[in-house]
Ligand binder design. Structure first.
Ligand code: DLL
Length: 435
């Protein structure tokens, strides 16, 4: 038996789902046309009017929206409702440029609660459970989005926010939460603290955890599950679309179900903008058909994932995507080869003796890119003999090079020397000045 929060919506026959998407798409395009002058101009330039958009097959007639459109209309220029109807504002801090600002009406908040409830419900939690939310509270959507979902399913919700790991550990031991929400890297920071302070898994009551906001691998899942004694679920989303709750894992753990009745997904070739076949990774693109305040059309996320073919054994009819492996703009190009930090994470977690903390330093020396992987040793490995460490360094080196297909430097660093993440981990330090 698979847990499903809203069977009517989540197991709707596909034909009915397509009809609903078509209706909602046509309605949304008209709302945008009537209320967002910038988007109306964009649609006019693309030669489309609301009359041209009748079914989901007309989606590709619409132009893409990109982050720059949000920046050009900073802060509220793409809102499709007057400010009197906006009840919440969030923002995501990019590493470059201005923040991306997003808004929600009361109806959008209800929608967010619904999709987050589906997400948490898929992990089997509900009334009677206690939710520990350790995503950051604030402009970031993780904390308040998690909070909303947890309250919507009727769980007792602890708004712990991130940081102060000692206090997190006290809450875990004293309040006995049954589920945890935080970034996968913070989950490991918490696990490390518990181990160092002699707190055993039997002191905790965690059953499940919902980890996202950054890419993480299957090896990382196993590590988190083992060290926190829970079943780990992936949770995906982005502020521009709604925040966490855009796609979620079910108990089959075979891809993430997209809340397609609200967010129409396309996977495109980032160079041509054309759809790629199912099973092929490409850039994920969303159209928000029910959002009121900020209904984005064909928003290019720069995230990389593939649509999985076929239906899931859990009974949900929504399409699934593979675990997002990274962003097209996170992807490093080292001497012409595409490198995702997640590939290195996967290799390191398979090797013994290393902690799951690493950093990639990219430099350009004499016009040649050099990638150095800083790998943190566990305390145990650190106290081994030099020869053992040398062997270890060599085998990590070999494993990374054979996975990436390029030469890298590997530096083993002392335990605890890589900064611990509280939110999203900073994996890459790019020192190349090639702008
Ligand atoms: O990170 C929303 C969120 C909060 C999702 C909590 C899940 C849990 P932003 O700050 O706008 O929103 O960042 C969105 O984070 O485009 C992806 O690149 C990345 N991301 C989010 N979830 C995942 C995931 C939140 N499960 C950006 N796997 C997205 C991989 C993820 N990457």
């Amino acid at each position: 038996m698979y847990h499903i929060y809203n069977p009517k919506a989540e197991t709707m026959p596909v034909a009915q789902l397509r009809e609903l998407q078509s209706e909602r798409l046509a309605d949304m395009v008209r709302r945008v046309w009537d209320n967002v002058p910038y988007m109306r101009r964009k649609l006019e330039q693309a030669g489309v009017t609301p009359d041209d958009i009748r079914t989901i097959d007309d989606l590709t007639k619409l132009p893409f929206t990109v982050k720059q459109d949000l920046r050009d209309n900073y802060p509220f220029g793409l809102f499709a409702v007057p400010m009197e109807e906006v009840v919440r504002i969030h923002a995501s801090s990019g590493t470059t440029g201005k923040q991306t600002v997003v808004g929600y009406t009361a109806a959008d908040m209800a929608l967010w609660g619904e999709v987050m409830a589906r997400t948490l419900g898929a992990g089997g939690v509900g009334r009677g459970d206690i939710g520990h939310i350790s995503y950051g509270y604030g402009l970031f959507t993780g904390g308040l989005g998690g909070n909303l979902g947890s309250e919507t399913i009727g769980a007792a919700t602890i708004p712990a926010s991130t940081g102060n790991t000692r206090r997190q550990a006290n809450i875990l031991v004293d309040f006995k939460p049954t589920f945890l929400l935080c970034t996968p890297s913070y989950a490991l920071t918490i696990a490390e603290f518990l181990e160092e302070n002699g707190i055993k898994l039997s002191d905790l009551s965690l059953k499940v955890g919902f980890f996202g906001a950054e890419p993480w691998t299957e090896n990382m899942r196993r590590e988190i599950e083992r060290r926190l004694g829970l079943t780990a679920f992936d949770i995906y989303g982005l502020s521009e679309v709604i925040g966490p709750g855009v796609a979620y894992e079910c108990e089959a753990h075979n891809g993430l179900h997209v809340n397609e009745d609200h967010f129409i997904i396309e996977i495109i070739d980032p160079d041509t903008g054309k759809p790629v076949p199912d099973g092929t990774p490409g850039e994920v693109c969303f159209t928000c058909v029910t959002k009121q305040a900020l209904p984005l059309i064909r928003y290019r996320t720069r995230d990389v994932a593939a649509k999985l073919p076929g239906q899931c054994v859990c009974g949900r009819t929504s399409c699934r995507i593979s675990k997002p492996s990274g962003r097209t703009d996170d992807m490093l190009i080292i001497r012409g080869v595409n490198v995702f930090p997640s590939q290195i994470e996967s290799v390191l977690l398979e090797m013994g003796g290393t902690a799951p903390f690493f950093q990639l330093i990219v430099e350009r020396i004499n016009n040649l890119d050099r990638l150095t992987v800083l790998v943190e040793l566990t305390e145990e490995a650190f106290s081994s003999e030099v020869k053992v460490l040398e062997d270890m360094s060599r085998s990590i080196h070999r494993a990374i090079e054979s996975t990436l297909g390029i030469a890298v430097e590997v530096k083993l660093v002392v335990p605890k020397s890589i900064t611990r993440a509280e939110g999203k981990a900073v994996r890459v330090i790019d020192k190349r000045d090639i702008k």
